[in-house]
Each structure stands twice: as C-alpha cells, then as structure tokens.
Write a protein that binds this ligand. Structure first.
Ligand SMILES: NC(=O)c1ccc[n+]([C@@H]2O[C@H](COP(=O)([O-])OP(=O)(O)OC[C@H]3O[C@@H](n4cnc5c(N)ncnc54)[C@H](O)[C@@H]3O)[C@@H](O)[C@H]2O)c1
Length: 283
C-alpha cells in the first residue's frame, strides 16, 4: 500500500474531498497548489507545477501521485494559457514521478475530452452511453489539453512502467451544490452539452483511492460518473430532445441511467458510486 500521497490542486473544489479520503484511510498526504486551501487538512506546499523544477522538488519522497491541478474549464483563462498550464503541469508531475521511481499515478481528464461541451460547431455523440472508446473530438484548448495529457500518461507508462490511470470525470458536484439542482432538473436544454453527467466529490474521492490501491492497470482511461443523470427526465427523453439523430443505444436506458458510461471503472476498480442527487433534493 502506498503510504505518502501527493495530491496536486488540493485547494480546489474536488481536492479537499480527495485529501480527506486518503487521510481517513491512513495515508500521509501533501497538497501542492498555487494557492492555500480554505480549510487546511494537510500540509500545503505552494508551487507552480507548470515549472518542472517545482514538480521534481515537491514530489520527492512520495509513493503515489494524484494529479487534480488544472484550469478546470474552457473560457476561464485565455485558451493558450489553459493549454500550456494543463499540459505542462501534467507532463512535469509525471516526469518527476517517473524520475523519482514512483509506481502509481492518477491524473484527471474530463468528459470534456469527448469535445461536445465546448464545441464551436455543436455535434452529437456517435452513440450512448459514451464509453472510453468513443472518439475524442475537442474543438477547444481545454478538451485538447486533456487528450494530450492522456497521451502523456501513455508515454510515461511506456517509458518507466509506472501505472497511470486517467479519470474522465463528469461534472464535479460537491454536496453544497445540490441546492442548485431544482433550477435545472426539468429543462433538458440545461447541461445537454455535458450529457447531463455528474459525479459527487465523495464518490470521485473513493475512485482516486481505489486507483492508487489497484495494481496492473498500465495506462488506462476510466469514465467516472454517477449511475444516473443529473436530471428529473428519463435518459431516452433527454436524448430525443437534444440529440434526436442518435440511434445507437448501447444500454437499455429504461430510466434515468447515466449517458457517460461508468461500467469500466466499476469493473476495474470495484468502485460503486453511492451518492445520488435525489437523496439531497425534493423532486
Ligand atoms: N469541475 C468539474 O466539473 C470538472 C469536470 C471534469 C474534470 N475536472 C477536472 O478535475 C480537476 C479538479 O477540478 P476542480 O473542479 O477541483 O478545479 P479547481 O479549479 O477548483 O481546482 C484546481 C486547483 O488546481 C490548482 N492549479 C491550477 N494550475 C496549477 C499549477 N500550474 N500548479 C499548481 N496548482 C495549480 C488551482 O489553484 C486550483 O486550486 C481538474 O483537473 C479539472 O480539469 C473538473
């Protein structure tokens, strides 16, 4: 079992949940971020991971890397900045991990890598639920940065044998965000570009720990999403409204099932999301 885990980007939305999950399971955790967290859960080292020197320095002595740090969407910063920050920081932490002989890393990709969400020229998925074999067709620098990062993970796995799991997260929802759900759950047009996906921060956190504890995964991509969509409208009805041209349905879709296929993560990690928006919201 890995004992000392470096979590990057631990001062953000998802980070504290991931840090807590590792701490609760007996790991020593260090957070690396460009800013301090609201609530200190573990030591934080301030570093810019887009600088290789910083990355090597802060990863020394760790057994595993959990890389969350990124500009988390298109449009928040200039396109070139987002690409440079996300691609270089991922290259640098994996280069450092590989150089230091680390055997396990998990990096954070996104459903945005499939390209629908920030597409300048909107398009439909080729089939649903969208699984990890679906083409990634981003038209934006954020989605592209995630595609490049997955290729970077492959390269370091080939180079050093390090296990690198790339999590393609659905929209990350912390518990205090469920109060917003009533404002959109009845309108299919809301969230259609993210295939109405979501993942509770607590369920995502468990998946990160399981990926660090798993062996023999090589370089693998896994969708991480809740079992249901974030909507109070059946999944086939959502598809009929927003993507009527899609005919290829690869799951029964008889209720509110996710359209971002999470079956591989469940199979490979023995993971099961347990937090559902319906348990937090009166519909
Ligand atoms: N929020 C979502 O809905 C969503 C969906 C899919 C994937 N993701 C991915 O999940 C991860 C976490 O997202 P989040 O919502 O917690 O984002 P966030 O912006 O809340 O947190 C990211 C953290 O990374 C830090 N960071 C950014 N660049 C850095 C650098 N060069 N060096 C050091 N620290 C740096 C930021 O300061 C921030 O604290 C990201 O990789 C994001 O792309 C998020």
């Amino acid at each position: 079992m890995a004992e000392r885990v470096v979590v990057t980007g631990g001062s953000g939305r998802l980070g504290p949940w991931v840090i807590r999950e590792f701490l609760e399971h007996g790991y020593e955790v260090v957070n690396i971020d460009t800013r301090h967290p609201q609530e200190p859960l573990c030591p934080t080292v301030i570093a810019d991971l887009a600088q290789l020197g910083d990355a090597v320095d802060v990863l020394e002595g760790a057994d595993a890397l959990v890389h969350l740090a990124a500009i988390p969407a298109a449009g928040l910063r200039p396109n070139e900045f987002t690409f440079r920050n996300n691609v270089l920081s991922t290259y640098n932490v994996l280069a450092a991990a590989s150089l230091l002989g680390m055997s396990k890393a998990v990096i954070t990709s996104s459903e945005s890598s499939y390209g629908l969400v920030f597409a300048l020229h909107p398009f439909s998925p080729q089939y649903v639920p969208v699984d990890e074999d679906h083409p990634q067709l981003p038209q934006d620098s954020y989605g592209l940065s995630k595609v490049v990062n997955e290729a970077t993970a492959d390269m370091f796995h080939r180079r050093s044998g390090m296990q690198v799991v790339s999590f393609r997260l659905g929209n990350v929802i912390a518990p205090d965000m469920y109060e917003n759900f009533p404002s959109f759950i009845h309108n299919p047009r809301e969230r259609e570009r993210i295939l109405w996906s979501y993942i509770d921060t607590r369920d995502a956190a468990v998946a990160y720990r399981l990926a660090v504890e798993a062996d023999g995964l090589g370089s693998m991509r896994l969708n991480i999403a809740a079992d249901d969509t974030s909507m109070d409208i059946p999944s086939r009805e959502l598809m009929a409204v927003s993507y009527p041209d899609v005919r290829d349905f690869r799951a029964p879709l008889e209720g509110y099932e996710t359209l971002l296929d999470n079956r591989r993560a469940k199979q490979v990690l023995g993971w099961q999301p347990v937090h559902r928006w319906r348990d937090h919201v009166n519909v």
